[in-house]
Design a protein around this ligand. Sequence first.
Ligand SMILES: NC(=[NH2+])NCCC[C@H](N)C(=O)O
Ligand SMILES: [Mn+2]
Ligand SMILES: [Mn+2]
Length: 316
Amino acid sequence: MTTYKYLKDKKVGIIGCPFSGGQPKEGVDEGPIKMIEFGLIEQLEEMGWAVEFDGHHKFTSLKPSEDPNIGKAKRPRYVSRVTKAVAESVESHLKKGHLALTLGGDHSLALGTVSGTFAAYPDACLVWIDAHADINTPESTESGNLHGCPVSFLLDVNDMLISQEMTESFSWLKPRLRPDRIVYIGLRDVDPPEKEILKKYGIKAFSMTHVDKYGIGKVVEMALDAVNPDRDRPIHLSFDVDALDPTVAPSTGTPVRGGLTFREGHYICESINETGLLVSVDIMEVNPTLEDEVSVFETVTVGCSLVRCCLGETLL
Ligand SMILES: NC(=[NH2+])NCCC[C@H](N)C(=O)O
Ligand SMILES: [Mn+2]
Ligand SMILES: [Mn+2]
């Protein structure tokens, strides 16, 4: 049984975020709704967690005329408003000593979740599980989708190329993430400018090639050694389900072949739980309107089982 260094009691606050504004495909807003409908709360209660869930966040979108692009970035003010509210929810759960569990929704929500975590725990580290690095800047992004950009906004560096107008739109956001406190696992679709950014700031990243070469056990150990060498910092785990192979999690907006197996994904969650340092978890990019019924069921259920492993479910 895991003992949790930073939690007051075995209590988890669930932040449901039906939000799709960081990318163009509708339906990802239904991810959190389906995960709750599937019985996630009851599953966690059965595991001995007290669950605090006050219903899903209600986000009202802006008229397109009120929210023109900034550079290439789409819906920046809407994303800002939503992620500010999410940051406040995460921070308040963490400050009560709860674990914060955020269900997305698209990955731009991490602007909120990671901000909230670092507001409550400035010494935290971030473990980002994804096929993508999501570290485009509003200038480097090809797609203009902010779910491909959150990490660049969060980084605490003094030369990140983010325009004045964008900085003002996100005036609430304090970049608190040091480049040596984030590590990636699962990467396999990284844009050329993102590769430059990773190199420039020396950000540790384990691609699927590393998973092939070393195996997932060693990769998780090396990842934690990089951001949490003494195993004493609080951990925020941001899990984009597209890190998993599309055969495992097909219903997601930007699937990429060659991903983590079912067990590799779960192993990451199990071993992060084992540290006892987990304070905040995101499960992002479940889109229950994509692919067929079986795919949707598989994706929603795998989202729920990743959560359970993060919260201490073991095989034996
Ligand atoms: N959270 C995600 N699924 N992100 C996909 C990002 C894809 C691409 N790199 C972009 O910036 O548009
Ligand atoms: Mn992704
Ligand atoms: Mn992502």
